[in-house]
Design a protein around this ligand. Sequence first.
Ligand code: HGY
Ligand code: MN
Ligand code: MN
Ligand code: MN
Length: 405
Amino acid sequence: MTAPATAHGLLSGLDEIAEIGRDTRRGGYSRHLWQPADLELRDWFAARAVRLGLDVEIDRNGNTWAWWGPRGDDAIVVGSHLDSVPGGGAYDGPLGVVSTLDAIARLQASGFRPTRPCAVLVFAEEEGSRFGIACLGSRLMTGALDADQARALVDPEGISLAAAASAVGIDPAGLGEDPAALARIGLFVELHVEQGRGLIDLDSPVAVASSILAHGRWRITFTGEGNHAGATRMADRRDPMLAAARSMLGVRDAAVASSGSRATIGRIEAVPGGTNVISSQVAVWLDARAAEDAAARDLVTEIEARVAEAASAEGCTAVVAEESWSGAVAFDPALRDRLVRSLGGAPTLPTGAGHDAGVLSSRRPTAMIFVRNPTGVSHSPEEFATLDDCLAGVDALERVLRELL
Ligand code: HGY
Ligand code: MN
Ligand code: MN
Ligand code: MN
């Protein structure tokens, strides 16, 4: 059995992958679907799983399974993801995968044998960093994402999901709802680093998830008149960059005015993108979230009105196109409370972050365990979890698996 932790104060699994996908320009990690770092992580996971005697397979949607014992329906499935946001932290995703492998290693070392099928599941493209749709692997598996729409997705280099899948030996025609995979899942548990201040405020190393905000992504495209930066008088301009700038303040104001909601513009693309060129078009991507579906929809309606106002004030036009949507999730109460009990009365915690466990919850009972992040920062190189809290997470997962299996 590998040592659980290393001299660097990391779970050994996290230490083993610490150099994979480092982003020297942004800091942190950039590990995106089927690109070299992601493939290297998948190989690392498979090798680690095989060392535990697990049987590895990749499903039709590119999700990786590692079976402890014979495959079977109604299995206890545990896992998370290995991909990252651009410049992401070391824990978001990998902590859940490593903790799962460590919990299984401990159970094996204690002589424990599962009485029902058990698998580790690593979902593909949870962050949506390459093809723009978060939880791509779980959305495809559950049918939440239309397979034809998925195949047509293109990455920033213009490579389609279909072509990217073929390049790694996945048949694009096979992408889509996977009833056989869903039948394999009796229930799914995901351990994940906490991504806000929840566990700091609760002063607890772990918690059980209670809910996930409704959230979605929209592409907002502003069109004006491309022109020369020097020869065009200010009064003669129709600059989409200014329409975008006005809109960003409108997005912030709309979210602040709708209590508990959150809205972010984290990505912008200017066409043609020259320093001495007034853009002809500017695209921004909106991430909007709220506790209830209706509140999130109302927030986006309000944002659309402010976007239209901003565009017209700058003599531009704007188009808002929905790219993905996940309704609010209330985790299965029976499974949630079962985990709370088996963790000796752990607290429950809502989360603003989306997860595969959230997408899957529309089709199978799912639960999540959060591990404290003392920085309260995520989707950033600053994301962190102490070794003690990581080990508390492995303890929690081991207790839950011992009970469920
Ligand atoms: O965006 C999210 O909430 C998740 O980290 N994919
Ligand atoms: Mn994330
Ligand atoms: Mn995550
Ligand atoms: Mn996730």
